[in-house]
Design a protein around this ligand. Sequence first.
Ligand code: GLU
Length: 335
Amino acid sequence: MARNVLSALPRVRILATGGTIAGAQVKGERGYRAAAFSAETLIAAVPQLGELARLEVEQVAAIGSQDMDESTWRQLAVRTAAALADRTIAGVVITHGTDTMEETAFFLNLVVRSAKPIVLVGAMRPATAISADGPMNLYNAVAVAAHAEARGRGVLVVANDEIHFAREIAKTNTTQVGTFASGHRGLAGLVNAGRSHFYAAPVRRHTRASEFSRAKISALPRVDIVYAHAGMGRELIDAAVKAGACGLVLAGVGDGNLCALALAACAQAAQRGVAIVRSSRTGGGVVERNIEIDDDRHGFIVADELNPQKARVLLMLGLTRSRDPAVLQKLFFAY
Ligand code: GLU
C-alpha cells in the first residue's frame, strides 16, 4: 500500500548548479562560499520533499552564478531536454545562484522544447544561515514542478513564495530575501508551503513556440552590454566592436537614450553590421522606436520590455539566425 502511494508520486529531476542555496558560511570568515554543498545534501535537509515527488539528482555544475557562462547554459539546456524527454518525468527543478538566474531562466525559456514544468530556484541566504530561505524555496519549487497546472507556462522561477515567469523576473536587491520582482506584467502565481496557485499565462512566445527551440543550439556570437551615464564617452562602444562584438546592448539612460558621442559610435558600429539594441538602465518600462533617437535612420533595434541582460540573451540567439536589424527587431516584439 505504502509503495503504491509512493510510486503514484510524480517524478521530478533536480539539476544542480550551485549558488547560495548550496552555500555555506565559513567559520571565522565574514562571507560565505556559494556551491559548497551537493544537491543530495540539500535534498536530505528537507525530508518533506519525499511527500511531493520522487526525486532524482544530477549535478550539472557547482558554481556561484556569477560564473555562469554560455557553455554551462548549453549543457543545462541539453540536460533539461533529456530529462523532459523521459515520459515518466513530470518536471525539472534547477538549483541556481540568484545573481544571473534571470538570464539562465530566459535562455532556457527560449531554447528548451517542452511543455513540462521547468523551475529554477535559489536562495538569498546560505544553507547554514539563521532562517535560511533555501529549504522552503526548494520545497515550493518541487511542488510547482510536480504540478500539472505549471505545464505550458514556460520556464518559471520560484522564490519567496512567488512563482515568476522567466521573461518578467529580475533581481532587484543585493541581499534581501524578497529580491525578485516581475515588474509590470506581474507574477505567474503564488506557492504557499507547497500549495501552488496559478494566476496568469506568459504573454510572449516561449519553449515549444520558440523558433530557437527547434534546432540544436550552436555557439553563440559575442554580444556585450555597455552601461550609459551622464558624461559618457564613446570609448567602450568602440572597444567592444574592436574586441569582436557582433552585437551591443546599450543600457541606455531613461528611454534607452544615449549622449551624442555614444550615439555616433553606435551609428558607426551599426553601419559596420554590428547589431545595436537600445535597452534601459531604469529597470522598468518599454523602450519604443524612434522617440528621441531615429532608430530607422541608424538601423537600431529597441529592446521593448527586456532589461539589458535579457536583451543580450535574445540578441545572441537572434544573431545565430540573421544580422538584419528588421528581422532582429521582430524578435524583440515576439519574445
Ligand atoms: N553570487 C552567488 C550566486 O549567484 C550568490 C547569490 C545567490 O545565489 O543568492 O550564485
